[in-house]
Write a protein that binds this ligand. Structure first.
Ligand code: MRU
Length: 373
């Protein structure tokens, strides 16, 4: 896919250009956010979404705030207040705050320096996604060597959720490139349908065979033996491997654990938050009731019905067979410690203390340099 989810638009009034995901799949239109308010609103409305894409928005948003400050004569306090609003726009995906924090030290050096660093954030994300996709595909093929795979994914962790290529969908793309994908089950992803609207759109564009299913069809499909592996993305991975991702993820993991189906999280290292010890410490965004009690502006529940609408849930490390990052693979079920990859800037292969339920290798650490391939 050659599309750009997030990019910088230079000009007299610069802007952060977003592919407006609220309009997909019906329309491919851009939204040019030329001020912080518009950008924050786009983040709230999920015109741009997905943890790595939000990281790019955070970094570029600081450059945008600097441009607006120059136009409107903001003082330093106002500038930092506006940047803070962007940083806090969504609490669960660590990448948003990380993107802001990465470029913030360059604020005194001005927009050119901030923008250069922000562009690095975008470029690094694509590199990371391609690397982790290859590692994730290797991990699956090693365990399921005998057939093209029937995969299941939830929400959208593709190009649209990143700056390019995708994480969970990156693994799917990599496997498809190797001729190893039979079918992808796409959870529609209630309530905002990121699976049906966005993932199905990306898979169709790449010619990858898929079916969309209601979220509640997934556990049954897994228990009936229709799925060889589940691959999802992540919004924040705690130090022990507990993983926050789109609401509905933990149910998939429970079904996988019961059925002996590998449950894989694919995410760049920028989504791993070693400062958060475990999933219970992850803030879970709660979204408006109207997203659940109606759709497209039409009520589906009686007027006044209250709703519980967490955007994410946390899958405990004990249910996760593999967390695949560009630095290597951790098997949290056996080895709940993401910090083993902290010092790695090259892929380390798979790190574990015991054989995974679905695994076959007993080696504690197997190093396989991605570069030597
Ligand atoms: O609410 P969203 O659409 O931003 O939620 C996105 C997800 O949960 C994705 O799975 C996650 O951010 C990983 S994106 C590579």
């Amino acid at each position: 896919m050659g599309l750009r989810t997030v990019e910088w638009l230079d000009g007299e009034v610069p802007a952060v250009r977003l592919l407006d995901q609220t309009r997909l799949p019906a329309e491919e239109t851009h939204l040019d956010a030329a001020d912080v308010h518009t950008l924050v609103d786009a983040v709230h409305r999920l015109a741009v979404r997905g943890a790595p894409a939000l990281g790019a928005v955070g970094a570029l948003g600081v450059a945008l705030a600097l441009a607006q400050a120059a136009r409107e004569g903001w003082d330093d306090a106002r500038l930092r207040e506006e940047i803070g609003r962007l940083r806090d726009a969504r609490p669960t995906a660590v990448n948003l705050a990380r993107g802001v924090d990465r470029v913030l030290p360059l604020l005194p050096q001005g927009r050119v320096a901030v923008l250069a660093e922000a562009r690095l954030v975008l470029a690094e994300d694509e590199t990371a996604n391609r690397r982790l996709s290859a590692l994730g595909a290797d991990w699956l093929v090693e365990r399921l060597p005998h057939r093209p795979l029937r995969l299941l994914t939830h929400c959208n962790a593709g190009t649209l959720a990143t700056t390019a290529w995708g994480t969970a969908l990156g693994v799917v793309r990599e496997l498809h490139g190797r001729g190893l994908v039979a079918l992808v089950h796409v959870d529609e992803t209630r309530p905002l349908l990121q699976g049906a609207r966005l993932t199905a759109w990306e898979l169709a564009a790449d010619g990858i065979d898929h079916v969309v299913q209601v979220d509640s069809a997934a556990p049954g499909a897994i228990l009936r033996g229709l799925v060889d592996a589940v691959v999802i993305g992540a919004d924040r991975i705690a130090a022990n491997g507990d993983t926050a991702n789109k609401v509905g993820s933990v149910g998939l993991a429970l079904a996988c654990a019961d059925a002996g189906v590998p449950f894989v999280v694919a995410a760049p290292w920028s989504t791993v938050d070693l400062a958060t010890p475990e999933g219970a410490a992850i803030a879970i965004e709660e979204r408006p009731a109207a997203e659940v009690t109606g759709f497209g502006g039409i009520a589906s529940a009686p007027a006044g019905t209250r709703a519980f609408n967490p955007a994410f849930d946390v899958t405990p490390a004990r249910l996760i067979d593999a967390v695949v990052t560009e630095r290597g693979v951790v098997e949290p079920r056996a080895h709940p410690d993401m910090s083993v990859l902290a010092g790695a800037d090259q892929p380390l292969g798979t790190t574990r203390t015991g054989a995974a339920r679905s695994g076959s290798t007993s080696a504690r650490t197997r190093c396989q340099s991605q570069q030597s391939r």
